[in-house]
Design a protein around this ligand. Structure first.
Ligand code: HEC
Length: 160
């Protein structure tokens, strides 16, 4: 009678090796998928909101140059009431920034407060106050970017 235990042993090794290969290949494949996900990441709704803010700031700047206070007042109100990203995205953002959520919200509040003051001064036609408040408003944008923008880009889009 031929001894079959030898064959069993061979088969067992083949399975063990295949298993080990799979165990190595799986995380590699997952890592590749994760990279792909980032490389093709859909822009955040936040980015679109920011692009509108950017345009609005340019419109305000043009309005100031032309001393068109009604345009400045109207667009400042739009900046004050800028939309938020949808709930799901807000959750993703909050999960990412964690303990810095308070700071992030504080920056947004400062932007809104400056934009609101800008609207008020534009309605009053107070040119000096409009100009200095516009500059304060720009600083609030920059302050948040300085702290958060690079890390958002790295986290949500996978680049620095
Ligand atoms: C509370 C934080 C915060 C405030 C306040 C803020 N931003 Fe941003 N901004 C961000 C973050 C985070 C990004 C990166 C978003 C992204 O890349 O998806 C960004 C990106 C941008 C961009 C780049 C968009 C692009 O196409 O990549 C512009 C322009 C911009 N912001 C304009 C403004 C202006 C103008 C203001 C003030 C009126 C402002 N932001 C206020 C957080 C902020």
């Amino acid at each position: 009678m031929p001894d079959s235990s030898h064959h069993h042993l061979k088969a067992w090794w083949a399975i063990a090796i295949a298993g080990a290969l799979l165990a190595c290949a799986y995380p590699l494949a997952r890592a590749a998928d994760a990279n792909k996900e980032k490389a093709s990441a859909k822009p955040l709704a936040l980015r679109k909101i920011m692009q509108v803010l950017d345009k609005d700031m340019q419109t305000v700047s043009d309005g100031i140059a032309r001393a068109d206070w009604s345009v400045v007042a109207r667009i400042a109100a739009r900046i004050t009431n800028h939309p938020q990203p949808p709930m799901g995205e807000r959750m993703r953002i909050l999960a990412f920034i964690g303990g810095d959520a308070g700071k992030f919200k504080e920056y947004d509040k400062q932007t809104k407060q400056a934009a609101h003051a800008l609207e008020k001064f534009a309605i009053q036609g107070d040119k000096r106050a409009v100009i200095s408040t516009f500059s304060t408003l720009q600083e609030t944008c920059l302050a948040c970017h300085q702290q958060f923008r690079a890390s958002f880009q790295e986290h949500f889009y996978g680049r620095r």
